[in-house]
Write a protein that binds this ligand. Structure first.
Ligand code: SF4
Ligand code: SF4
Length: 489
């Protein structure tokens, strides 16, 4: 074989790695934003899809998360959807447990747990959250973009179609794409709203739209927002709008997992056609396949950048090229700054241990409080306008309000008796307090005690609250009464 023929064959082999067509495109070269051209106009990024090993993992996760997202407000658990954040009733049904606004400690622990988990994940796994689990990436890369790929073809075909004059074929394809996208966005938006109003409430709202303008309006607004985002805004959500990328630089350390190009192995980058015997060349053939695969247009060969959202598409793309070149895969790979500098990545390090301890504390305390959660909450607060009243019988009366929260999904009937001080009596208008499932009932009560039990105008009363479902709790309340002469002392 002659030298030019060999070079031609080498080029063809590089252009068709691992049995799939590869599309070479002009990728952005700007230093600032890859999605912006030199004159400040947006460059619409159309990444070339590589169905490699990491893409398959991401696809499995994407479908798992999608199924979970759809199932949570749909599947019943304990008489309610698995997740129903009922803002109107101020009740939060989560996996068979109902929370009330009074469960502020649980909500606080939940919020703290989420924040610490974000820091732990960000510090340990870098931007894997963005690439594998963020709804923006999941829905764009595995639901919206595949529709475009199916109807319009590969990125060059998409560009060609966009540049072509309007025709019946072009109008048909564009209409079909936006129609499918609208249905998808409608499904996602409705599911999201169902978390707050339930599917039952949403479907009832469809039957009488006048009574559900809030819910239906939110569905319409979210649908439009998703079409704008997934249809046009796309990568700019990650590179311009989302603060997580900036936060990542605070959370990361030299051991954080990141996607990096192995410059020692890859440089100097020499194109296949320029490779001649005797010229120093690394393994990178400067094909830009990694750049063209990137959903944010990032050239990872320039080092770690905030635009990298950790999709690992550049790894899958480069692995294909390396296989085509009959070279080991992993020229772009998951690594860490420490490994890049020749060290060994530390899995256990002080920062991680602190995050791990805090998140164990937060989620552990939350689990403990949930498991030991009482069937009811009982609170006695002061009622009436005056602190106390002296009765003709010589007793002192304190008006109070008894607030009972039934935390079960069955009705409960509550009784209250006063345990101390001696001679105390409780007047509970209407007898036992019947509280429907997951509701709060407040009733007026009066406690009367002999005047002589007061010391410095105060006396502590103890009550026992029980229910027909076995609930039992002792509650204390500080009674106010006469002081000094008024008390007859
Ligand atoms: S790193 Fe790999 S995919 Fe990227 S230009 Fe070099 S050879 Fe091509
Ligand atoms: S540089 Fe690689 S890992 Fe980062 S976003 Fe682009 S394709 Fe994904």
């Amino acid at each position: 074989m002659t030298a030019p023929a060999a070079a031609k064959e080498e080029r063809e082999r590089a252009a068709k790695p691992a049995g799939r067509e590869r599309v070479f495109e002009v990728a952005p070269e700007e230093e600032l934003l890859y999605s912006m051209s030199a004159d400040g106009k947006r460059k619409f990024i159309r990444p070339v899809l590589h169905r490699g090993r990491y893409w398959k993992v991401r696809r499995a996760m994407a479908w798992g998360l999608f199924v979970l997202f759809v199932a949570l407000p749909l599947v019943p658990l304990g008489g309610h959807p698995a997740v129903h954040l009922d803002l109107g009733q101020r009740l939060f049904h989560v996996l068979g447990t109902t929370f009330h606004p009074t469960d502020n400690v649980l909500l606080l622990l939940f919020g703290f747990g989420v924040i610490v988990t974000v820091f732990f994940v960000g510090s340990t796994f870098g931007r894997m959250w963005c690439g594998y689990a963020c709804p923006q990436t999941v829905y764009l890369e595995f639901f919206f973009r595949p529709v475009e790929l199916f109807l319009e073809g590969t990125p060059p075909a998409q560009r060609k179609l966009n540049a072509a004059p309007m025709s019946a074929r072009k109008a048909g394809i564009k209409t079909a794409k936006w129609a499918i996208w609208t249905l998808l966005a409608l499904l996602l938006a409705s599911t999201f709203v169902a978390y707050f109003v339930s599917w039952k409430g949403l479907l009832a709202g469809l039957a009488s739209p006048g009574e559900a303008t809030g819910a239906l309006g939110t569905v319409a607004f979210l649908t439009a927002l998703m079409l704008f985002d997934f249809g046009w805004f796309r990568d700019q959500m990650c590179t311009v709008a989302c603060p997580y990328g900036r936060l990542q630089s605070v959370m990361a350390d030299p051991d954080t997992i990141l996607v990096a190009y192995d410059a020692k192995r890859g440089d100097p980058k020499v194109k296949v056609k320029d490779r001649v015997a005797g010229v120093a060349a690394g393994d990178c053939i400067d094909c830009r396949s990694c750049v063209n695969a990137c959903p944010t247009g990032t050239d990872i060969r320039r080092g770690l950048q905030s635009e990298c959202i950790g999709t690992a598409q550049c790894i899958d793309a480069c692995d294909e090229v390396m296989l085509g070149q009959k070279k080991p895969i992993g020229l772009i790979k998951y690594t860490s700054e420490r490994e890049e500098a020749g060290g060994t990545r530390r899995l256990v390090r002080p920062r991680n241990l602190i995050y791990l301890a805090l998140l164990t504390l937060a989620w552990g305390s939350l689990a403990f409080l949930l498991l030991t959660r009482a069937d009811a909450l009982v609170e006695i607060v002061r009622g009436g306008r005056e602190p106390y009243r002296l009765l003709v019988t010589g007793e002192v009366a304190n008006q109070q309000r008894l607030r009972v929260t039934n935390q079960l999904d069955v009705p409960q009937s509550f009784s209250v008796e006063v345990l101390s001080p001696g001679g105390a009596r409780l007047v509970l208008a209407g007898g036992p307090v019947d509280v429907p499932p997951e509701k709060v009932v407040t009733v007026n009560v009066v406690t009367t005690v002999p005047a002589e039990v007061f010391r410095d105008g105060q006396a502590t009363a103890r009550y026992l609250v029980t229910s027909d479902r076995g609930f039992r709790k002792e509650v204390e309340f500080l009674l106010l009464g006469p002081w000094g002469k008024e008390a007859g002392r």
